[in-house]
Every structure is written in C-alpha cells, then in structure tokens.
Design a protein around this ligand. Structure first.
Ligand SMILES: [Zn+2]
Length: 374
C-alpha cells in the first residue's frame, strides 16, 4: 500500500482538510473509496482531496473497551496531564474510541471531545460495597444506596455505570460474599429504566452468576464464569470483556499475596479463561477487547492489539478477534463503522490483519475526526 502524497500530512490540524482513502474495508471485504471532509466520510468525490491511503485494508478505528486513563496508582486522584497523555497513547496506536468503566473521578468534558483525544464512553466513578476495590478510587456505598448511586453515575457520565460484584486480590476475597444477586438485578432494572447501561466487575463464580442473572450489559473479567451460563448470557445480551492483558500481569499479585490457596485459585481460573472465551464466542456472546490498562509500565495504554492476539489465541476466529477491538465494539457502544456520512475514524494496514495479527500493532495510517494522526 502506498501512503499517498506525504505532503498531505503538512495539513494536519488545519481546518478544511480533504483526504481520499481507498482499500478493502473490513469486515465486508468490499473495495471502497472514501473522501474525507469536515471530519466525515463521504462517497462523493471531494475536489482537491489528497490521497493518503491507496490500497491495503481499512478498518473502523480501534476500540479499547476496558481502560482506565488518568491515574497510575490505586487511590490517586485523576491527573488532567496524565489523562491527556494516556488519550494520546491510545490514539497513536489507532485506538480512536475508549470505554472507561470506572475512574477516580468523573471524566472532564474535554476528554473525549478534543481533536487530539479518542472518543470516550465513560461510566463515572467505580461503585462498590465497602471493602470492594481501592479506597480513594471507589465510591463506596451501602446496599441501600447502591442502585441510586448507579443511576446517578450513569446519568452524570457517558451512559454507563460500573459496579463491583466481587473483588479478589487475595485469599480473603474468595470468602467474601459477592454483591447480592437480587440487588444487582434491581440496580440493573433501575439503570436500564433511564436508558443507561451497566458494566459489572466479576472474578468469582458467584459474582459472574449474579451478573448473568441480572442480564447486565457487560461482564468484565469473568475469570470464574461458569460455562453452563453462556447460553443464558447470550440470550441476556451480556457482553464479555475478559481482559487477558491484565491477567498476564496478575501472577505477581498472586505471588505477593503469600496465599497458596489464592495463587492456586488464580492459576486455575486463568488457565480456564481461554477455553471459556472460545466457548462464549461459540455460544453467541459478544466478546470485546479490553486491556484494563492504567498507563503503568506493566499496563501501558495503546496496547489493544495485544489483547486481540490473546482473544484469537483463546481460540476464536481472527476476524472476530479484530472485530472485538473495532467494528463489533463500535456497534456495541453505538458508533458506526465505515460508510457514507460516518465519522472519519479509521486505521489502515498494508497487510491483511486477519492473516497477520501482528500488523495491528503498527497501522500504516490512523485518521481520527478526519485528521491524520499518523
Ligand atoms: Zn478495570
């Protein structure tokens, strides 16, 4: 693929940029030619447009459906400078849309709106019963107030709330009672009634069972999810975001816990996650790519391509694994793919990423809001 006229890049950031891109669009496999003006794709030729993608493969911009930009250490407040840098880290890698399922504070309006930042779907503050997740990062509320708080966070953010069904970073988490299933069901009913959606953190079998029974919108992590629930999960339209990336860093947490029981639990649950994700895909569950990145050296932002490779290795078809970080995730979050009138958020590759997933790590082009990012 030729990158077209390089001199076109000097127009970055200017108003009224006009580009032309053409290539094979995934997942339809149709050859397409688009012009870009005013931040949108059009099928109608735009005079004077510069060709910036000429051949190769075109995908809707990548999506990280589970990332936490803006604060590095548990308990830290949201840092605007970090938030901006983390957004840029994602965008440089072709990640043009983030879902942020929980943050230290509600995200500022500029994040997700400025030209050098990805689009963002946010869920407000993490919500948990006392003892679940970190102090300072969590809005801890009692059972009686949790549903009200969930509606409040969803309304005040991007239409999502994020709730802990359990929290396991040591042996004691294995014995702690999960969020009561009836409470999660009532919370979900309340949030759905105002048109918003519920993401649930679940690591244990009981936590995942409560999430599936409540037909929440997404189950995050899902380590202990009983495969017997997958058909019900598909019927309830609960997506699974397994976050393989974070679990690969978790062995040190397991070691540091000093608990053989916890370490064994984690290792066995981690070993089951691949087959579980594979079975979930086969059962018709929407599987999405999320890294659970925080911007630390272990979990840097902009690495959703690695999550796609882990999904594919679960195994699931390469095209479905790519969709989990592109068109499938966009559709799930209410964003269109590539077509006339759609936002000009796209990534282009010289080689077919379905046959070489490693290509996802370095797009030949990233265009976001009609601007050339790289
Ligand atoms: Zn997370």
């Amino acid at each position: 693929m030729s990158r077209g006229n390089e001199s076109g890049r000097t127009g970055r950031g200017r108003h009224g940029e006009r580009w032309r891109v053409r290539g094979v669009v995934l997942p339809t496999e149709e050859w397409a030619e688009f012009w870009i003006t005013d931040g949108r794709l059009t099928c109608e030729p735009v005079p004077g447009a510069t060709t910036v993608v000429d051949g190769g493969w075109l995908l809707p911009g990548l999506v990280d459906a589970h990332t936490h930009p803006g604060a590095l250490r548990p308990g830290d407040p949201l840092d605007p400078a970090l938030l901006r840098q983390h957004g840029r880290d994602h965008l440089a890698a072709g990640v043009t849309l983030l879902r942020v399922p929980g943050s230290a504070d509600r995200l500022p309006a500029w994040f997700g709106a400025e030209p050098d930042q990805p689009r963002v779907v946010s869920a407000g503050r993490w919500l948990g019963l006392p003892g679940m997740f970190y102090d300072g990062w969590t809005r801890h509320v009692g059972e009686a107030e949790l549903a009200d708080a969930a509606v409040e966070e969803a309304r005040a953010s991007g239409g999502w709330c994020k709730v802990y069904a359990d929290w396991v970073v040591g042996e004691e988490g294995l014995d702690a009672p999960p969020l009561p299933a009836g409470l999660l069901a009532e919370l979900t009913r309340r949030v759905h009634a105002v048109g918003d959606r519920v993401a649930v953190h679940a690591q244990t079998e009981a936590g995942a069972r409560a999430a599936v029974a409540a037909a929440v919108d997404s189950l995050e992590h899902g380590l202990g999810l009983d495969p017997a629930l997958l058909d019900r999960m598909a019927r309830g339209r609960t997506a699974l975001v397994p976050t393989f990336t974070v679990w690969e860093t978790f062995e040190q947490v397991a070691r540091a816990s000093g608990s053989d029981r916890f370490r064994e639990w984690f290792r066995s649950a981690h070993a089951r996650l691949g087959p579980l994700v594979s079975a979930a895909y086969e059962a018709g569950v929407t599987v999405l790519a999320g890294t659970d990145s925080y911007g630390t050296p272990e979990l840097p932002h902009g690495r959703v391509a690695g999550e796609v490779r882990r999904l594919a290795a679960s195994p699931m078809p390469a095209v479905a694994a790519i969709g989990a970080a592109s068109w499938t995730a966009r559709s799930f979050l209410g964003f269109p793919g590539l077509g006339h009138g759609a936002p000009a958020d796209l990534v282009a590759y010289d080689v077919d990423p379905r046959s070489d997933l490693a290509a996802l790590h370095c797009p030949a082009r990233v265009i976001h809001r009609g601007r050339i990012i790289r």
